[in-house]
Design a protein around this ligand. Structure first.
Ligand SMILES: CC(C)(COP(=O)(O)OP(=O)(O)OC[C@H]1O[C@@H](n2cnc3c(N)ncnc32)[C@H](O)[C@@H]1OP(=O)(O)O)[C@@H](O)C(=O)NCCC(=O)NCCS
Length: 183
């Protein structure tokens, strides 16, 4: 069995090819992908994403961990999240949830599990994530997980014909450990 992370309400697991329609359900929604660097997806893009996520599971030195967010209660796939290895034991974290499940604390829970995976199962030293300054929910998810706002990146990505700014958030392995010891 591949990678699987459990939280109170979620099972975060490897994608299988048959997941693509559930991925398409959120990845084709313009309201969901508004602040992402990709999307809204057509069917080919959603199939291609899942195919690539399945292929990366076979890599000898895996650099990308794209994982499905599913509900423990009924197995339903409600979103995706991931960590992407950079140089110097750094990882980028990302996440995306079907609109019907927003504001229920699910991504806060998923991000906590990803950080635990990165710092206790893997040997990452630093995890960062970026979000659009208007994406208040995403910034909040990072803050609730103890990530520090490190910067404001002007015209960091190009989307829909315009340059967009991003906020940069990060947490170091020792910051994550000392925050857990305090609890
Ligand atoms: C952003 C996103 C990941 C948040 O996931 P989620 O599961 O809804 O987040 P949670 O419920 O765990 O937490 C959201 C927090 O943001 C707050 N929030 C949400 N929308 C907000 C808004 N418009 N203004 C202020 N706060 C907001 C919530 O109140 C909550 O904080 P709280 O617990 O202090 O009340 C989800 O909306 C999503 O997938 N959006 C589309 C894709 C995307 O933008 N991904 C991130 C790219 S950087």
């Amino acid at each position: 069995m591949g990678l699987q992370l459990q939280t109170e309400r979620l099972i975060i697991r490897e994608f299988i090819y048959e997941d693509w329609p559930a991925v398409h359900a959120y990845a084709s929604d313009p309201k969901v992908t508004r602040y992402m660097s990709w999307g809204p997806n057509d069917e080919a893009a959603s199939r291609g994403f899942v195919k690539a996520a399945v292929a990366q599971q076979q890599e000898v030195s895996r650099t990308a961990y794209d994982l499905a967010i599913t509900l423990k209660s009924n197995g339903k796939l409600i979103g995706g999240c991931g960590i992407y290895r950079q140089r110097f034991k750094e990882g980028e974290m990302g996440y995306c949830l079907h609109r019907a499940y927003w504001n229920k604390g699910y991504v806060t829970e998923a991000a906590a599990a990803l950080l635990e995976f990165a710092f206790s199962q893997e040997d990452f030293h630093r995890i960062y994530a970026t979000c659009d300054p208007q994406n208040l929910g995403s910034a909040r998810v990072m803050e609730k997980n103890g990530m520090r706002r490190e910067g404001y990146m002007k015209e960091h990505l190009f989307r829909d014909g315009q340059w967009r700014d991003s906020l940069l958030y990060a947490i170091l392995s020792w910051e994550w450990r000392s925050a857990r010891e305090e609890v």
